[in-house]
Design a protein around this ligand. Structure first.
Ligand SMILES: [Fe+2]
Ligand SMILES: [Fe+2]
Length: 474
């Protein structure tokens, strides 16, 4: 087991104290991170005591401690999963060779680009969510928001550590840049589209943590296979924290649905206007928000056929999620089929090499994982005796990246004309009236244990505490 230095200015299990130069460089970056947090982090809550989980180690049985902390005092640390003895590369052209403790020169720019892109998403989401604290539906939810925020901050630290430790001056410059791009900024936006989308309501926050943090999970799982061992170890530990973010999303959406079903039963109606007047979110609107955030997140996986993705795989840079479960780890000759627009308003099959299809393979795994929650929500709807089914749109729908970005389809994935798409998009995606309605519900609730009218209480509190616990001392 690695030794953990919790007393250090930067808590870590990477023996930072023994590498003075690296330690100094990171201690130099730390104040820049803190002023970024002040300016771009959760607005107005920095002085409040929040019941937070803090990573204090990488031992599965007790990796975190809980307690009240004002967010700026959170101990953002650097934690890598323990090194596996004799770990070998598990896929691609270097399969079976020893993993790398340093980045090979020929792959340096590819690794740097991927680490920067991953690192960019972490502070981006904090920026997107910075105003949500003002409209939290309960103290429990407020605490969860802040928990996600501080952990995204720690994920930024995780990527910045790699940049500083393994990429020299370039890495230090990239680490600075990670604090100067901002979500939605006209001149210096964040790198990926989804992370520039405005997020001004809690339904979107739950969709984001369900769908977009899950994209994060699959990216991290791919990196966890990497031949570059420090990247694999960092991301493996990040996944431990990431699980809570998706829990927030899944239970958040589940609680919204539960509350809607209660009111549907009370009033014996599925009339959208009646339900909205009663202050709950009708199921068709939930479907629309799902359509938006799911499709936006699908783009994050990149193009269906990608020579970059093939190179990442061949070179051992990035594997498939849970690489061990695939039969062939080299995929030298194998092929797969993808669907592409046929240029005549329809679709046709195209055969590509499996290596070129790595993004699509990962996306398919992601879709499967997304469906687990949808199935659970549908069970609740069915149990309530309501005739309505939520479903993920087809992955060809509303894409801005990849082979379908130039075509239009309906949510079932049938190609349609641009005119038809535009005529019907208000039925499929949140329209102005939907957004205005959701906005009208966003009123903060601050009494411990109380919930806003549009969301049911959670089944249980955090860390064996009651739902009524004072999770944030306002
Ligand atoms: Fe993250
Ligand atoms: Fe996350």
């Amino acid at each position: 087991m690695s030794t953990i230095d919790l007393q250090a200015l930067i808590p870590n299990n990477v023996n930072l104290g023994e590498n003075r130069q690296l330690q100094r460089a990171l201690e130099h970056w730390q104040p820049a991170f803190m002023s970024w947090w002040d300016e771009m982090g959760p607005s107005d809550f920095n002085a409040k005591e929040v019941y937070l989980r803090t990573a204090v180690g990488v031992d599965a049985s007790g990796w975190a401690s809980y307690g009240y902390t004002p967010m700026p005092d959170y101990r953002w640390g650097i934690f890598l999963a323990d090194q596996e003895e004799n770990r070998k590369i598990g896929f691609g052209d270097h399969m079976g060779q020893d993993v790398w403790q340093e980045v090979p020169g020929e792959y340096r720019s590819a690794f740097r680009r991927l680490i920067v892109t991953q690192g960019d998403t972490e502070p981006a989401s904090v920026e997107q969510q910075r105003l949500l604290g003002h409209t939290a539906p309960s103290l429990y939810d407020l605490r969860n928001l802040f928990q996600v925020n501080v952990e995204e901050g720690r994920h930024l630290w995780a990527m910045v550590y790699l940049l500083h430790a393994h990429f020299g001056r370039d890495g230090r410059e990239e680490a600075e840049e990670l604090l100067t791009r901002h979500s939605g900024d006209a001149d210096k936006p964040r790198i990926l589209g989804t992370f520039n989308e405005p997020m001004d309501n809690w339904l979107s926050f739950f969709m984001f943590t369900y769908f977009t943090d899950r994209d994060g999970k699959f990216q991290l799982k791919s990196f966890a296979e990497s031949a570059f061992d420090p990247l694999a170890r960092t991301t493996r530990f990040m996944l431990t924290e990431e699980a809570h973010h998706m829990f927030v999303g899944e239970t958040g959406i589940g609680r919204v649905i539960k509350r809607t079903l209660e009111v549907m039963k009370e009033l014996d109606t599925d009339n959208v206007d009646t339900l909205r007047k009663a202050g709950v979110i009708d199921l068709p609107t939930i479907q629309k928000f799902m359509n938006f955030w799911f499709t936006s997140s699908l783009d994050l996986f990149g193009s269906e056929a990608s020579s970059n993705a093939a190179n990442y795989f061949s070179n051992g840079i990035k594997g498939r999620p849970d690489e061990a479960k695939f039969a062939d780890h080299v995929e030298l000759e194998s092929e797969m089929t993808i669907q592409v627009p046929d240029g005549k308003g329809g679709l046709r099959n195209e055969t590509i090499s499996t290596r070129n299809g790595m993004n699509e393979i990962t996306r398919l795994e992601y879709v499967k994982d997304c469906n687990v929650g949808v199935t659970r929500w549908n069970m609740a709807i069915k149990r309530a005796g309501v005739d309505f089914e939520l479903s993920l749109p087809n992955s060809r729908f509303r894409r801005s990246v990849g082979v379908w970005s130039a075509a239009h389809t309906d949510p079932q994935g049938n190609p349609i004309s641009e005119a038809e798409f535009n005529a019907r998009k208000d039925e499929w995606l949140p329209n102005d009236a939907d957004k205005t309605f959701i906005h009208s519900l966003m009123q903060r609730v601050t009494e411990p244990g109380k919930m806003a009218g549009w969301i049911a209480p959670p089944d249980r509190g955090i860390n064996a505490n009651a739902v009524e616990y004072e999770y944030v001392k306002l």
